[in-house]
Write a protein that binds this ligand. Sequence first.
Ligand SMILES: *[C@@H]1O[C@H](CO)[C@@H](O)[C@H](O)[C@H]1NC(C)=O
Ligand SMILES: *[C@@H]1O[C@H](CO)[C@@H](O)[C@H](O)[C@H]1NC(C)=O
Ligand SMILES: *[C@@H]1O[C@H](CO)[C@@H](O)[C@H](O)[C@H]1NC(C)=O
Ligand SMILES: *[C@@H]1O[C@H](CO)[C@@H](O)[C@H](O)[C@H]1NC(C)=O
Length: 202
Amino acid sequence: GDWYLRSHKDLRRSLDAGTPLGAPDGVLINGLGPYRYNDSLVPPAIAYERINVEPGRTYRLRVHNVGVSTSLNFRIQGHSLLLVETEGSYTSQQNYSNMDIHVGQSYSFLVTMDQNASTDYYVVASARFVTDPGAVDKLTGVAILHYSNSQGPASGPLPAAPDDQYDTAFSINQARSIRWNVTDDATFWFVFVWNVTTDVLL
Ligand SMILES: *[C@@H]1O[C@H](CO)[C@@H](O)[C@H](O)[C@H]1NC(C)=O
Ligand SMILES: *[C@@H]1O[C@H](CO)[C@@H](O)[C@H](O)[C@H]1NC(C)=O
Ligand SMILES: *[C@@H]1O[C@H](CO)[C@@H](O)[C@H](O)[C@H]1NC(C)=O
Ligand SMILES: *[C@@H]1O[C@H](CO)[C@@H](O)[C@H](O)[C@H]1NC(C)=O
């Protein structure tokens, strides 16, 4: 989620006065600040999220954008995100290398730990559609994916965001590529019950 240094009371006063909140001051992952992936961009001694995993296993990651203003692009260096669920419905299972997650949206990904753990890997959530390009560095949340047999810290540049920073077509097309999994039992019963309920109400 995005994060403001101002207190919630200050933010509320702005909104009550009809003043937009403006850009946030940072992006947090599980409430923690960015891993120091670049010494000149990230100050030292910031607590960051570390996700510990075992090689070869598959994990379900639930990813929510809990911010108030910023669309985020989520990605994990060297790993595919197999989308299986969004907003409580199972989806057709498709791999993505990154996913735009807008404010309030929720996704579940199955992530297989299929890399060789020569290093740790970056987990990134960076702001989309930011008009000031310099602000994206500040609006980048970075956590660490740590294999139990990892041979060293994550290194190198962060995995790149979609490069059409100001082009909404990428985001819209990606959202349109998501399909309901209508053969999954849980989805079937959800649709069935919803239809019956709306029929009764109508
Ligand atoms: C750190 O970020 C600065 C500013 O964007 C960039 O010039 C520099 O190359 C980066 N350093 C590394 C090691 O990537
Ligand atoms: C998704 O990618 C993984 C590799 O990370 C692969 O094993 C799997 O078969 C792919 N699944 C689909 C549905 O494309
Ligand atoms: C739909 O869900 C079922 C049950 O979870 C799964 O076996 C199947 O692969 C899914 N279908 C697609 C197209 O992802
Ligand atoms: C596996 O690790 C070595 C270093 O130990 C690295 O050079 C190589 O690129 C890695 N391969 C993959 C597929 O990540």
